[in-house]
Design a protein around this ligand. Structure first.
Ligand SMILES: Cc1cc2nc3c(=O)[nH]c(=O)nc-3n(C[C@H](O)[C@H](O)[C@H](O)COP(=O)(O)OP(=O)(O)OC[C@H]3O[C@@H](n4cnc5c(N)ncnc54)[C@H](O)[C@@H]3O)c2cc1C
Length: 379
């Protein structure tokens, strides 16, 4: 039986994240969005109070918490600014392949030093010609004795320009397509690793998103995570485990839009009355609340299943797809509640609408989520 009564520890963690978001993130959100500025200062403070690397076991320098706790924190941070919030939480995604497929020695060598400070990791899969169609990736890992030589260009990589550690997916056997893919730990300061274009994004502008280029990068064979050919399986499970906190981030953005809309509707008067007195506006607010509650429950269900070690691929896809779709709908309606002022930067709801769009695109677009859900239904 699922019971979503939060424990005292979970409530305290959520309060900590809420206070941090209000005091350390919200005041910076507009400026960091405008300037697309990497939030190094926020990361340092977030690391100090234990909000980074929450799912990493304590023995490797993390907090040893679960996906449920990660979701509680992410919703709070993203309600203040999803760009900064995701920068704080994004190691969860990039470190998952290490936790899934890495040996204890690999975790000690790569994960533990990363968790010692406010350092970042990047998950490097997407290529210019290979987004949804990962069978089209061209990055290669050529074996030479007890080393691999890595080559490839990865694009749209969150934290790509600022990461210390990359998890690179490359073909060890190009003739096998997806079955010839393997995962590698690649320190970003190795010769041959460079940062390409910094993406000037529509939303979530505070998190660095860049191209990462690998040219004849030489890594020991011991940097391969798992066996040769296991990379695609590791990647899929990485996405399945991380979709709940992406959904939680979308819920946070939608919640911020509803809170702003409710406040504004009480203050703004037209025809001699607050616009909140008009049923058309009330129903918008009610519909927003219904969608947010539904999305949060789906998110928590998926997180709970991940934490239980129960099958979670389908619920994670449903939560990510639904939460990101409703975040887009709710933020668009928030702009409508604000009228013309919703369309100008000063009132901040336009930022929420721009930020919300990203959730429908990454971790598998929502078309791909629907494809996965339908495949499961028709199996
Ligand atoms: C802000 C942001 C951050 C990102 N961070 C990372 C990261 O950290 N690491 C990383 O590796 N990647 C990252 N990505 C890349 C992301 O995973 C890809 O953008 C995504 O997988 C889609 O690939 P694409 O952009 O090439 O679109 P395409 O695959 O070219 O898709 C274009 C359109 O066609 C649709 N489409 C494609 N195939 C099908 C199909 N079979 N059926 C129906 N519709 C289809 C898509 O849904 C989409 O609407 C990020 C992207 C963004 C926007």
């Amino acid at each position: 039986m699922i019971d979503f009564t939060l424990t005292d520890e979970q409530r305290a963690l959520r309060e900590l994240a809420r206070a941090f978001a209000q005091h350390e993130i919200a005041p910076l959100a507009a400026e960091y969005d405008r300037e697309s500025r990497h939030p190094a200062d926020v990361l340092e403070k977030a690391h100090d109070i234990g909000l980074m690397n929450m799912i990493v076991p304590e023995e490797y320098g993390g907090a040893g918490l679960g996906m449920m706790e990660t979701c509680l924190v992410t919703e709070e941070l993203s309600a203040a600014c999803s760009g900064i919030g995701i920068a704080v939480v994004a190691n969860t995604l990039a470190l998952t392949p290490f936790l899934l497929a890495g040996s204890p020695e690999q975790k000690t060598a790569h994960v533990e030093p990363l968790c010692r400070g406010p350092h970042l990791a990047a998950l490097c899969m997407t290529e210019p010609q290979a987004g949804s169609d990962l069978g089209a990736i061209r990055a290669t890992a050529r074996r030479e004795g007890d080393h691999y030589i890595l080559n490839g260009t990865k694009t749209l990589i969150d934290n790509g320009g600022v990461a210390r550690l990359c998890c690179l997916f490359a073909l060890t056997d190009p003739s096998q397509g997806l079955r010839g893919m393997s995962a590698f730990a690649v320190p970003a300061d190795l010769p041959g690793v460079s940062v390409g274009k910094h993406e000037d994004k529509m939303g979530q502008r505070a998190i660095n998103t860049s191209e990462v280029i690998f040219e004849e990068v030489r890594v020991p064979a011991g940097n391969r995570l798992g066996e040769e050919g296991q990379g695609f399986g590791v990647f899929l499970e990485t996405l399945n485990r991380n979709k709940p906190w992406i959904a939680a981030s979308a819920v946070g953005v939608a919640r911020a839009a509803l809170e702003a809309s409710s406040r504004y509707a009480r203050e703004r008067e037209q025809f001699g009355h607050p616009i909140a007195s008009f049923q058309a506006i009330q129903f918008k607010l009610a519909d927003m609340a219904i969608k947010i509650e539904g999305a949060r429950l789906l998110t928590w269900q998926a997180a709970w299943l991940v934490d239980q070690g129960s099958p979670h691929a389908l619920p994670s896809a449903i939560a990510k797809c639904y939460a990101s779709d409703i975040a887009m709908e709710v933020t668009t309606e928030a702009v409508q509640v604000f009228g013309g002022y919703g369309y100008v930067r000063e009132y901040a709801v336009e930022k929420l609408m721009r930020d919300a769009k990203a959730f429908q695109l990454y971790m598998g677009t929502n078309e791909i989520q629907r494809h996965l859900i339908a495949q499961e239904l028709l199996r």
